[in-house]
Design a protein around this ligand. Structure first.
Ligand SMILES: [Ca+2]
Length: 123
């Protein structure tokens, strides 16, 4: 009996471990319908999030953005992509563009450069 219990426990442990690995542990925490930006890579540090456009990011997130997630709602004719620009009011170069559902833990070209963003129908 003792041996059966031990085997069952081992099987349960293996099952639990497998589930933990398969789970969405890397998914960024960002509300549905919103565009989220973090000060640190891999969705760390303080987070900013918007449901609409912002032509002038708050000073604490301007030029400190290091990871991004687009949890916008997708659909026909809906502006579901997000374009980030290096200057206010979509000025300068576009640093990064995210498709709906896309999460970027780090991007060297876009790191610490964003100042504004708009929702768009494409990139
Ligand atoms: Ca940063």
């Amino acid at each position: 009996m003792k041996r059966i219990l031990a085997t069952t426990a081992a099987a349960l442990l293996a099952l639990t471990t497998g589930l933990a690995v398969a789970g969405p542990a890397t998914a960024a925490e960002c509300p549905s319908g919103q565009f989220c930006v973090w000060q640190e890579a891999n969705f760390g540090g303080q987070r900013a999030n918007w449901s609409g456009d912002d032509g002038w990011w708050e000073s604490w997130i301007s030029d400190t953005d290091s990871s991004w997630a687009n949890h916008g709602i997708s659909g026909p004719g809906i502006k579901d992509h997000v374009r980030v620009y290096e200057n206010a009011w979509q000025g300068g170069n576009m640093t990064i563009c995210l498709a709906p559902g896309q999460e970027v833990g780090y991007n060297a070209a876009a790191n610490d450069r964003g100042d504004s963003h708009i929702w768009a129908t494409g990139c």
